[in-house]
Ligand binder design. Sequence first.
Ligand code: PEP
Ligand code: MG
Length: 889
Amino acid sequence: MTIKYVYSFQEGSARMKNLLGGKGANLAEMTNAGLPVPPGFTVTTDACHAFFKFGNRLTDEMVRQILAALRQLETEKGQAFGDPYQPLLVSVRSGSVSSMPGMMDTILNLGLNDETVKGLAAATRNERFAYDCYRRLIQMFGNVVLGIEGFQFEMLLHRLKAKLGVELDQDVTAEGWRELIEAYKSCVRKNTGREFPQNVYEQLKLAAEAVFQSWNNQRAQVYRRINRIPDHQGTAVNIQSMVFGNRGDDCGTGVVFTRNPSTGEPVLFGEYLINAQGEDVVAGVRTPQTIETLKSAMPEMYAQLAQVCGQLERHYKDMQDIEFTVENGKLYVLQTRSGKRNAQAAMRIAVDLVNEGVLTREKALLRIEASHLDQLLHRGLDDAAVQDVLAIGLPASPGAAIGMIAFEADTAAEWKQAGKQVILVRPETTPEDIHGVLAAEGVLTSRGGMTSHAAVVARGMGKPCVCGCEDIRIDEERKQMTAGGRSFSEGEWITLDGATGRVIAGVVPLKEATASNELKQMLAWADEVRSLRVYANADTPEDARIARGFGAEGIGLCRTEHMFFAPHRLEVMQRMIMADTQEERRAALAHLLPIQQSDFEGIFAEMDGLPVTVRLLDPPLHEFLPKLSELQAALSEADSEQEGERIKRMIRKVQALHEANPMLGQRGCRLGIVYPEIYDMQIEALFKAASAQIERRVEIHLEIMIPLVGDASELKLLRELVDEVAEQVLGSDKRRNCRYKVGTMIEVPRAALTAKQIAAHADFFSFGTNDLTQMTFGYSRDDAEGKFLAHYLDKKLLANNPFQVLDSEGVGQLIDWAVTAGRSLKPKLKTGICGEHGGDKESIAFCHRVGLDYVSCSPYRIPMARIAAAQAAVEQGKHADSSQTAKVV
Ligand code: PEP
Ligand code: MG
């Protein structure tokens, strides 16, 4: 069976986007809606796949179908391709499935040669116009098909205009264009060793092949990677009869948006040029005029354009970006697509379209992109002022920041105290740097990925962060950073853009976040639609307050270790770790207890009436002690014997605690089992805090979470400990007033596999997908992102970084299994996710699909998560209703 590779515009529709590409599908849709579209046809994305499969060339069958469609076009237009009297001219344009503006190639005026150009001149009685078209063809063909750099043609054009003493293209005469054509032809000859093809069929074939080929040009590949567009989509090629905006002063060409793409205001917005062809607008050869001026210059044309804009917007139910051409006073639409817009405009347009009755709330919600919320909720850069980009790293936490470089956390903290703005610049950060992160406006690291310590902590604090920026070198000793061949000392100013990963020299003006009424409206609609609850990962009362402000419905993860890193707390923690006996340890813990208790009291007060999930201590103990190398350095500088002894003792402890594989070592519940007194203290602090707040009439919903459980026996043992301490602290009377749950994180694959046994002792499951991903893939999360993961992504062995986007195929299967197994024993078992994936749109959709009750993410991601949860509910609609199990409140 022959495959149909070519569709005329009459044969297609907007629904055929995968086959015809966005542009082809829209041209077909517009043709069939009766809009003035020049006739043409589309060569499909299937043809693109076959093109690459058969050695980067059009197959005979494709050529046959293209020629058949061309014959039909000739009949429709009453012209013939290559005809010396009535030549048909066509454009060849790319049209990918997902919009990739400007990434691939276009060639106009195909069908011109030394003979047909004369025919065109005679038929249009406009010689100047005909030769202008011909020189444009050679220029575009030379550049796109033959790979000659554009500047060579630009230079020749420039020289000609200088020789003729004219400034503007429209002042060049037919004679001038003829001269330029000769110069262009010899440029082609010189660069390629061949003549510009006079055979129009050869032109067409080579042009179509070049457009397919442009799917794999470098900028298209980069664009796809950034925008997560799959490589297998491919592009279609649109071959369309030409209309000309460069035939005289009643002609022109332009681009119009149906609403203002920067503000969302419902007014036409765009530019046009009289007597010009499409690429003149883009190339900036002449300064275009605003659409507003068309109203007085060509009132009828403006009215026609406004009418077409309205029709297209109602048809597509979205703001459109339209390319149009006017030929001798007649309007043609060459393309329409959903217009790119900034976040503020996106929100306003979506809300306005709902209010105008064009869109439903659900459909409007689907229009919101995560990046829109990042822009609206964080400070951004005034892009016009960005000049000196030094390096680009991973956009780990959105927002922009300016500050003076500080290479150490202590320096950052000191400078902040002194009222300075700082950017903490480190190879990577560890929990010990937390005070520096807190003090800094933003964080820049040269190593580490999107789930590195710096990234996670900065996101949690809503601070801009650029991670894994390998283009910068940090010399910690000399306190210098080199980037882009330049050297920067501590104290010099830089700007970070956490949304794009840019590191910029000097100070770039910032734009404040703008939480508009439209955003609030959209979030309110999202809350009506979604079924997933949205909790926050919050470790302090301040985080909790911010989270609640963003609409958090509870805390899904409070990492208690973060409470121990502040300077005076860390000393007590270290004393506890250094203790040789349980008594000594208990004594040190007794000092930590009131500190923990007061933190918990603060969090409970902020979350009055909402669930607070507190995780008992998780990291391995060595993380609280200095590094071995630092201790050795300190030992050589110790100024007393006593001090030397103290350091030596610490060195011995650090060596004793050393683990080959700390992520799989003595951490999580294993710590609580070996040192029950640590968990004892934490549980006591929790219940004391709860008890104190109950006295103050705060409504407590405490959920105690045990980390890193791999076997039901671990949870059983620790649950007994919780109940015992609760009894001791609250007494049986108070116990009745303090409702609490005990649950576990599911972050070890074995816990997922034995979820039914574990559920017997759990009131809830919270999927710790950072560890679950790490352990399921067997990728150390500290090493993978900095080492092989980028390589894997480049080689497309993995579609996404699994630490950012939940791997639904593998890790997701474990989650699905654990939810089903857990609920087979306890149908109302509460389930949620608290790994970084809880703030990722695709992963949230997965959580909705498997019927989790909540997602938990950093406070600043909450608005995005509310929208993503609503989008998942809308998209998965009825399917989810029937498969979801009962929810627990
Ligand atoms: C997790 O593993 O997903 C998790 C939330 O815990 P942490 O990142 O603190 O190990
Ligand atoms: Mg974990």
